[in-house]
Design a protein around this ligand. Sequence first.
Ligand code: DGJ
Length: 743
Amino acid sequence: MKYTFAGRCTFAFLVKVTAVLSPLMSLCLIGAYAQSSTVIPIETQHYGLALGVDADKRVGILYFGTKLNNASEYQYAPAMYRQGDDYSGILNAAYTPSGSRNLVEPAIWVTHADGNTSLDLQYVSHQVQKTDNNVSTTNILLRDPVYALEVMLYYKVYAQENVIEQWSVIKNNEKGNVTLHKYASANLYMKANSYWLKHYHGDWAKEMQPEEIRLTSGIKVLDTKLGTRANLYQPPTFMVSLDKAASEDEGRVLFGSVEWSGNFRVDLEVDPLNNLRIIAGINPHASAYTLGKGQEFTTPMFVYTYSDKGKGEASRNMHRWARKYKIMNGNGSRLTLLNNWEATYFDFNEPKLAELIKDTKKLGVDMFLLDDGWFANKYPRNSDKAGLGDWQENVQKLPHGIGYLVKEAQNNQVKFGIWVEPEMVNPKSELYEKHPDWVIREPQRPEHLYRNQLVLDLSNPKVQDFVFGVLDNILTKNPDVAFFKWDCNAVIYNAHSAYLKDKQSHLYVEYVKGLYKVLQRFRAKYPDMPMMLCSGGGGRVDYAALQYFTEFWLSDNTDPLERIFIQWEYSYFFPAISHDNHVTDWGKQPIKFRTDVAMMGKLGFDIVVSELKPEDLKFCQNAVSTYKSISEVVWHGDLYRLASPQENDFASLMYVNEAKDRAVMFSYLVSNRYGDGSLSPVKLGGLHPDKKYTVKEINLYPNTKTTISGETSYSGNYLMTIGFNPGVNARRTSVILEITEVQ
Ligand code: DGJ
């Protein structure tokens, strides 16, 4: 709906005036404001963002939250607040420029071709483009009235999933180069009495450590400067609750994530009026970007969803969107596997691997995954100290090459997958000797290694060719290789590119763009190949990378107790079908507990199968077939987190299929104190209240009995109101229940 501007009053001025005039007069002025603005509603099925163009042609956010029935009423919202004066008039800017009237954290900060540093952005036009009945994109063109610089803001709406992806395109039409000092993807503005931020930090084997805090006035920055393996320090995902920390089923909450596999930054600023400004995008740290005349810069996307019914709904929104629109083959299936990393580390040869391939078959999983250590000859990859970069089979270990192993796998009716870490190099390698200029390093400074390795310079197209070639050569020679695990272990020290010459501050950005170019090229040639995103654990998990991957490795920490917590936190943002969970020898729990935990995602094993006790082997074999029978629900169902391991001495969660006729509930004891367990029933979620269900315990250890035998049927209403007790205790430390509609 278009409103024509009737006067030269700014919105700030109107707010100021309405505060001192009589209520009746205020109402008149509210009306006056309404008539003087263009309102641009951007709405999903349940929530909405309303942008308004003020008298000075500045685009501000009028409203963010639950969608109104009538979009024409958004315009009235700002005048209902008596929070004080916005002296600048642009605290609520949809994309805050730096250097003109703005005095708070900018979304964009530039130096113009003539050296001037001020930027003003005014509304020019907007458009809505419909992709289909569910997806539409609103773009809003902003232009500086003095300088020939424009910004197009994009809001891509996935209506049914209640998800928006937002990004910006900055275009330099000036006569010379413009320097971008900050170039955020998105700028949001929210109103509440208080704001509660849940964010994460981490380290190797400690991914997704949560913290929930109340935001106070000023800026809280979430960021990373590690370059490649960004999540090692902090992942680009977070949530903000309004008024109080949202629970699973209650409260207003926004989930956000920067779709960028490198340095990101999110500013959360509680402004002088107690409103929350969120600015998210690439980290500007050491990344001033020169934009030549006529060039444009497209920022990465920032994805977010909102719910007024708590974190559970927000995460189901995110999952549905990710499965349908983002993760590769998100609605498809995944390969269960046996991996040899922890079973052998670097110590293997052909006969040993041939045995493991037989064990893969014996276990009943789909694929054998050969991990690190299979390559390099001059400097054999017998430890992590050498060989990285030299991607020829090691002739001592694999005299007959990968092809022999692929055949062995075929002979055993299993598939064969292989590990690569193509972005990295050990200084002790032929690659490093031949191409020192391909390595990110400061030639004049001592090298700093991370896991004895350095990062290749993906800003260099020759390096991009090389990295693509690592995978392409394997597949060209061995077209039956069925899976890749793509690892990335080092962070970027001494950020310097021989290729970029005088554009060193482009390195962090060009690295990530180079990575995406390689991945796009790979996907153009191999569109269906399943591939795991790994980064020394979960060091690089974001939705930009995941569009090229079917799954990710959450953490090298596979201690099942730790894993319950790590998987729980990842589960807010990423659906189970993308979680790779392996049963290993980490932790003290019995094999059943370890397997049950790994079944909440894509199941894999990394154990010495031949050393399993016969009963344990039998259990694992049965578990694999049980998993095949429930994986459809886990992979594609809706997740309901029922009892948090942070708040209880056990954890419970369940997946429910779309038809609500099948569900699987997982419960685990997470405390060792006397008498701990599920003392009361756990309320289930997501079922149909009127349907009748049986509840049956599955995945039992051989020769154990259960009283939960599926003989009684309960209504969905009962199971969701009174609940069901999985009977978790010190003797039953993990319990899987299958909930099936009685037909
Ligand atoms: C780190 C990964 O997280 C592990 O799973 C394993 O693949 C090693 N790298 C191999 O070096």
